[in-house]
Design a protein around this ligand. Structure first.
Ligand code: RTP
Ligand code: MG
Length: 140
């Protein structure tokens, strides 16, 4: 299988606890390469638009508040089957259901403050990468 790219966010609960390096180590140990990265503060508009797919869900406004509550690290990750590989390394959305050794099992605080985001398919990966990065910011 050819190299694939996915989009990742290290969420505010993780940057607050200074876990960025430990999370990146798990991504790299899992076979992914960071090919673009920046630390930013999401605006309310960015968070609302990024999570627009969830706008009818009961947790939407809490999620937008959480995602704007502190710095995030946005990344493009590259590797074989990067999209599904990243979701394996992250673990289940709810840390109480996440497999041992996954990022969420080790670091997530709860189902919302769950330390990382990863794209869920090729179309969302492409859209999410474009939302945060220009082509010349990605160095494979
Ligand atoms: P993500 O999009 O962040 O990679 O996470 P995911 O696919 O595992 O989960 P998704 O269903 O897409 O939900 C997006 C994010 O919303 C928050 N959430 N809160 N309070 C709740 O019940 C609840 N459910 C989801 C989490 O931050 C989740 O990652
Ligand atoms: Mg999702």
């Amino acid at each position: 299988m050819a190299l694939e790219r996915t989009f990742s966010i290290i969420k505010p609960d993780a940057t607050r606890r200074n876990l960025t390096g430990q999370i990146i180590a798990k991504l790299e140990d899992g076979g992914l390469r960071v090919v673009a990265q920046k630390r930013i503060r999401l605006s309310e508009d960015q968070a609302k638009s990024f999570y627009a797919v969830h706008k009818e869900r009961p947790f939407y406004s809490d999620l937008v508040s959480f995602m704007t509550s502190g710095p995030v690290v946005v990344q493009v990750l590259e590797g074989e089957n990067a999209i599904s590989r990243n979701r394996e390394i992250m673990g289940a959305t709810n840390p109480s259901e996440a497999a041992p050794g996954t990022i969420r099992a080790e670091f997530a605080e709860n189902i919302e403050a769950n330390s990382v985001h990863g794209s869920d398919g090729p179309d969302t990966a492409a859209e999410e990468i474009k939302f945060f990065f220009t082509d010349d910011e990605i160095v494979g």
